[in-house]
Design a protein around this ligand. Structure first.
Ligand code: F6R
Length: 242
C-alpha cells in the first residue's frame, strides 16, 4: 500500500487524477470503477480539463459505478447516475452505453443486484477502482456490520450515512433509506484500488481502515488485504496517522 499525503483537497484531486489518467493512457480500453460523493468531484474536474486539453481519450473506456440509491431514477438530480453525468460523462467522449450504474429504478432488489453482478462479470472486473471512504469506514455502501457481503446487494443505510448525505438533499427525510452497492468481492477484484480522502472528519475512519484490525465493522479495512492499493489523502484526513 502506498500513501500519498497532499496539503489539501485540490492537491489530492490533482494527484488522484494523475493516477487515473495514467490508467487510461496505459490501457485505453480499461474498466474504471467509479465513485460519487464530494471526494471525487475535484478529481473529475481535473480529468475533464485533461480531456479538453486533448490529453485524455475516453472513447474506449468502460465504467462501472459503485452504487446507486434505490428508488431514484437516473434523471433524479441526487441519483448517482445524474452525478456521474454532471461531473464527468457529459464532458468527455465516453460512450454512454459503456457506462454502468446500478439501476435505482428497479424495485426488485434481487433483480437489480443480479443484473449488476452480470454487468461486472461481463466487464471482467475493474482495472482501477476509485473509492471514497465514509465517516464510518464504509466503502461503496458497504456499511459496518457483522460480515463482509461479497456481491452487489441492497443495503439499509445507517443513520450515520443518512446524516452525512443529507447535505445533498432538501431534508433528511428525502434521503433514500436503501441503496444498491457493489459488494466487497466486486471491489477487491479490481486490479488496482485508488482510495481518496480529505478532511478531518475522515481521519479516524482512515486510521482504522489502514492500521486497525481487518473487520466488517470497518469495511474499508479489507483493503489491507489487497495487493495494489494507493491512498491519496490530505493532511487533515491523515492527521491521526504518523
Ligand atoms: C459513493 C460511495 C461512498 C462515498 C463515501 C464518501 O459512490 O460509494 O462510499 O465514497 O460515502 O463520501 P464523500 O466523498 O461525500 O465524503
Amino acid at each position: 500500500m502506498r500513501i500519498y499525503k497532499t496539503k489539501d483537497y485540490e492537491e489530492m484531486s490533482q494527484k488522484a487524477a494523475q493516477i487515473l489518467a495514467a490508467q487510461i493512457i496505459t490501457k485505453p480500453d480499461c474498466v474504471l470503477g467509479l465513485a460519487t460523493g464530494s471526494s471525487p468531484i475535484g478529481l473529475y474536474q481535473n480529468l475533464v480539463k485533461q480531456y479538453q486539453a486533448g490529453d485524455l481519450d475516453f472513447s474506449e473506456v468502460t465504467s462501472v459505478n459503485l452504487d446507486e440509491y434505490k428508488g431514484l431514477a437516473p434523471d433524479h438530480e441526487q441519483s448517482y447516475r445524474w452525478f456521474m453525468n454532471e461531473h464527468l460523462f457529459w464532458h468527455v467522449n465516453i460512450d454512454p452505453s459503456r457506462t454502468f450504474v446500478p439501476n435505482g429504478r428497479e424495485a426488485d432488489s434481487q433483480k437489480a443486484c443480479d443484473d449488476y453482478n452480470k454487468v461486472m462479470e461481463q466487464a471482467g472486473g475493474a482495472d482501477l477502482q476509485l473509492l471514497g471512504i465514509g465517516n464510518n469506514g464504509h466503502i461503496g455502501f458497504n456499511e459496518p456490520g457483522e460480515v463482509f457481503v461479497c456481491d452487489t446487494h441492497c443495503v439499509a443505510l445507517t443513520d450515520s450515512t443518512i446524516e452525512a448525505n443529507k447535505r445533498f438533499f432538501a431534508s433528511e427525510a428525502d434521503v433514500p433509506r436503501y441503496a444498491y452497492t457493489m459488494g466487497i468481492r466486486n471491489i477487491m477484484q479490481a486490479k488496482k484500488i485508488l482510495l481518496i480522502a480529505n478532511g478531518s472528519a475522515k481521519a479516524q475512519a482512515l486510521k482504522d481502515a489502514l492500521y486497525g484490525p481487518v473487520t466488517p465493522h470497518v469495511p474499508a479495512s479489507i483493503l489491507q488485504l489487497h495487493a495494489d492499493v494507493v491512498v491519496v489523502a490530505d493532511e487533515a484526513a491523515l492527521e491521526l496517522i504518523r
